[in-house]
Design a protein around this ligand. Structure first.
Ligand code: GDP
Length: 245
């Protein structure tokens, strides 16, 4: 493990966290977080939990029903067109894909893209197997620091989302960060958006809920800041490591 600070010019500009530099403006913090997310690159993929490498780095998982807008959200947040593949064939969706974040050779966090669930055409056996992988991941992944649950507000939280909420509840009570993103918010008028926020907040048991639109670029700054702070509680001087060959 190295403890060197980042040398990314964007990051060097800031040279520290808000805690170390109280004068850092919100705009500067957003710039820092967006620059960091832009470093995302494919790390590995695994069909089963025990094939997933163990990392001593903070990990944030993106979960949601298929078609919730998860791939679009990941690609938008990382400013990359095809990092997460939208419209994947169902057979290929049963993998957990990991992306490294942080300057090359100084990875400081991991993004986990968990397969979308609830896709009707998937055989029942596969669905059950997948739910088990997902439940195990959420319950046991030791370095998991936060979960982003994506939800199409026109459908609301569905039964499968509720099952996931139940599974993660003990870990959330234990300090795991948790955010529900109501995606495609450009499709809602103001009243419906407020209604969706209120209902989902109740369902999420007081967890954080916010609107997100990749199309209108709504909510991006807030998500970037959250991911950054979840994975850098002590600022830039957190541990980073070399994962890539
Ligand atoms: P995934 O299955 O959860 O990865 O969902 P995708 O990212 O593939 O998105 C599903 C569909 O929703 C696609 O047709 C996207 O173009 C659309 N979509 C995703 N995000 C937005 C958004 O912010 N606004 C609108 N209007 N459509 C979106």
């Amino acid at each position: 493990m190295t403890q060197e600070p980042h040398k990314n010019p964007d990051l060097e500009l800031q040279n520290g966290s808000k805690a170390e530099h109280p004068a850092l403006s919100k705009d500067d913090e957003v710039k820092l977080a967006m620059g960091w997310l832009h470093t995302a690159r494919f790390l590995t993929t695994a069909a089963q939990l025990h094939h997933l490498p163990a990392y001593d780095l903070p990990e944030v998982a993106f979960v949601g029903r298929s078609n919730a807008g998860k791939s679009t959200c990941i690609n938008t947040m990382t400013q990359q067109k095809r990092l997460a593949y939208a419209s994947k064939p169902p057979g290929r969706t049963q993998h957990i894909n990991l992306f490294a974040l942080g300057r090359q050779a100084q990875t400081d966090a991991v993004l986990a893209d968990l397969p979308g669930y609830g896709y009707a055409a998937v055989p029942k056996q596969d669905k059950i197997r997948w739910q088990q992988v997902m439940a195990n991941y959420l319950m046991t992944r030791p370095n998991l620091k936060g979960i982003v649950l994506l939800c199409d507000p026109r459908l609301g939280l569905t039964e499968l989302d509720e099952i996931l909420l139940d599974i993660m509840r003990p870990r959330v009570m234990d300090g795991l960060q948790f955010l529900v993103l109501l995606t495609k918010s450009d499709k809602l008028n103001r009243t419906d958006a407020q209604k969706a926020l209120s209902i989902t907040r109740l369902q999420a048991g007081g967890g954080e809920v916010q609107l997100f639109s990749a199309l209108k670029r709504q909510g991006l700054d807030e998500v970037a800041l959250k991911l950054w702070h979840w994975t850098h509680p002590k600022g830039l001087a957190t541990e980073s490591t070399t994962l890539e060959p």
